[in-house]
Design a protein around this ligand. Structure first.
Ligand code: CO
Length: 183
């Protein structure tokens, strides 16, 4: 399992609801947590490891020691939103790219954990931002889609570099030669 980078087509897939909490989902969640911590991220969604499940992992503190800040969320949905706030945002599938993105300030989220227990959580600011960013991934939506026109234009050079790196990875054999980028 590896984190795929933009413009890998897996990032644009609409992920499917998880219908059974089987061994595959448990293993996927464990690997995703490891990858997230290894990359010092705050969240990672299944499409970022080329899996099309509605599964994501978060550590609100970004600290593997802080298990109380860790969430494995299955089939998460945002049920309420309030306010708006802009702040700097990044993504493990766009290493090095940070831009301001406008998000809801507060969100209420419902999700299931790996045991199938249902949870409800109301979050503000950074935590609310992480939920919105990660749930967007499950719908093939990326933070570059949510940037304002200024942030987007400031990102263009990085995006061109990601596209060039993707083509290079295909030539090197790190990605299948026929894989089509999805911008
Ligand atoms: Co992301």
């Amino acid at each position: 399992m590896k984190i795929v980078k933009y413009p890998h087509p897996a990032l644009r897939v609409q992920a499917k609801p998880v219908l059974a909490l089987d061994k595959d989902i448990q293993l996927a969640a464990g690997h995703m947590l490891e990858l997230m911590y290894a990359s010092e991220g705050l969240g990672l969604a299944a499409p970022q490891v080329a899996l099309d499940h509605r599964l994501l992992v978060i550590n609100f503190a970004g600290d593997p020691e802080k298990k109380d800040a860790e969430v494995v969320a299955i089939n998460p949905v945002i049920t309420e939103t309030k306010g708006a706030i802009s702040d700097r945002e990044g993504c493990l599938s766009f290493p090095g790219l940070y831009q301001s993105v406008r998000r809801f300030k507060t969100v209420k989220v419902e999700y299931y954990d790996l045991k199938g227990d249902k949870f409800e959580m109301t979050c503000h600011d950074l935590a609310a931002r992480i939920w919105q960013h990660e749930i967007d991934h499950l719908d093939g939506v990326l933070f570059i889609d949510k940037m304002g026109s200024l942030g987007r234009s400031r990102s263009e050079r990085d995006l061109e570099q990601f596209i060039a790196d993707f083509e290079k990875a295909k030539k090197k054999g790190d990605l299948p030669p026929g894989l089509e980028p999805k911008l």
